[in-house]
Design a binder for this molecule. Structure first.
Ligand code: ADP
Ligand code: MG
Length: 364
């Protein structure tokens, strides 16, 4: 059952809409990320859900009741939601325990009840030992844990997070992604998480909604978004992609250059199965070989065969990153290959890809 229903949500600050006819259904207990580049309307959408902003059109419902519309606005403090910001917003003059207890001040609880809840939450976020420290004496990661504990201690129906990890350094950011997912699995609170970082969205979310210019362009499980992008924008924003333009033949083949036709994975969402489109081919889905007979064997198994020359190789330890020049065809391919078999710059090579990895995407 959808606990949050967003229908036709629109917010304009100027003539251009920051959020433009946005639709999204979020199930009870689900963790959904809003993923997109800076300025695409993520924060505005979150502030609309929180009730800090009122929509110009559309509505937001929780559990069937309207909480936001152009004519009706339930105030933020009556929404039973917690919000976590990029800036942590913990009180520097309070201890860790006082910060976490702060949200409970307005609930009718005894001191013992408050202490019990705070103690439990500090244990959950691994801060028990630091409970009497002032938060000004904490690292960024610890402050973010305080913010998480403070948001969770009030047992909100919905948790909203706006780029909560962007002020942390890279290692900590990775650790905190797992932490946020762990807490979600422990508490099961319906969560809307805003980020411009695709790995963060993939590590934390049940579903990802990709935003572009105030609209959701695709929503799905992380693997669907990555393996079956519907548009060129989604393919390029989520992960590395080779995008090759071409003409569809009405079936599962596409002409991508003169005398170069390949088998592709059709896209059921395209309006037409003929005409201009593109494919997304992920660099790790390409197989390299310098041996012609191997390439021919794979070609008989329906692999698409590209023949080219290694233009550049970068060794990363766990992988090797190549650019393959496909001249005389007017394009190159990025390939992520195994470090156990390296090819040299200038070497003639075959790059092979299965049709189901050549995913048709719309051209925008
Ligand atoms: P994101 O969080 O995805 O980076 P925002 O939701 O903050 O994007 O902003 C979406 C668009 O709305 C941007 O073009 C931004 O400049 C504009 N915008 C956001 N808040 C305001 C505001 N208070 N006044 C005017 N324009 C705003
Ligand atoms: Mg933002």
């Amino acid at each position: 059952m959808a606990i949050v229903s967003i229908r036709g949500l629109t917010k304009k600050f100027t003539d251009a809409a920051a959020v433009d006819d946005l639709h999204l259904e979020i199930a009870d207990g689900e963790f959904v990320s809003l993923l997109g580049p800076s300025g695409c309307g993520k924060t505005t959408t979150l502030r609309l859900i929180a009730g800090f902003l009122q929509p110009d059109a559309g509505e937001i419902c929780v559990g069937g009741g309207v909480i936001s519309s152009p004519s009706h606005l339930v105030p933020p403090e009556r929404r039973n939601m917690s919000m976590i910001f990029q800036s942590y917003a913990v009180w520097p003059h309070m201890t860790v325990a006082q910060n976490v207890a702060y949200g409970l001040k307005f609930k009718k609880l005894t001191k013992q009840q408050i202490d019990a809840k705070v103690t439990k939450l500090l244990g959950v976020v691994h801060l028990s030992e630091l409970k009497d420290r002032y938060s000004s004496e904490l690292s960024g990661g610890q402050q973010q844990r305080v913010a998480l504990a403070r948001a969770l201690v009030v047992e909100p129906q919905i948790l909203l997070m706006d780029e909560p990890l962007s002020n942390l350094d890279a290692n900590l950011r990775e650790e905190m992604r797992f932490e946020i997912r762990r807490l979600h699995e422990e508490f099961g609170i319906t969560t809307v998480y805003v980020t411009h970082d695709q790995s963060e969205a993939m590590a934390t979310s049940d579903r990802i909604a990709v935003l572009d210019r105030g609209q959701i362009v695709q929503v799905g499980r992380p693997a669907e978004i990555f393996d079956r992008p519907k548009t060129r924008f989604v393919a390029e924003f989520v992960g590395k992609a080779n995008i090759l333009s071409g003409r569809l033949d009405g079936g599962s083949r596409m002409q991508i250059a003169e005398r170069l036709e390949i088998g592709v994975m059709p896209n059921p969402d395209l309006a037409s199965t003929t005409g201009e489109a593109a494919i997304c081919l992920r660099p790790h889905n390409i197989v390299l070989t310098a041996v012609q007979s191997e390439a021919e064997t794979l070609a008989r198994q329906d692999y698409n065969v590209f023949s080219g020359v290694v233009q550049r190789r970068i060794y990363f330890g766990e992988s090797a990153d190549y650019t393959i020049d496909l001249a005389p065809h007017p394009f190159t391919l990025r390939v992520v290959g195994s470090p156990s078999k390296l090819y040299d710059k200038g070497q003639r090579i075959f790059a092979l890809a299965r049709p189901e990895h050549c995913v048709v995407v719309s051209n925008h």
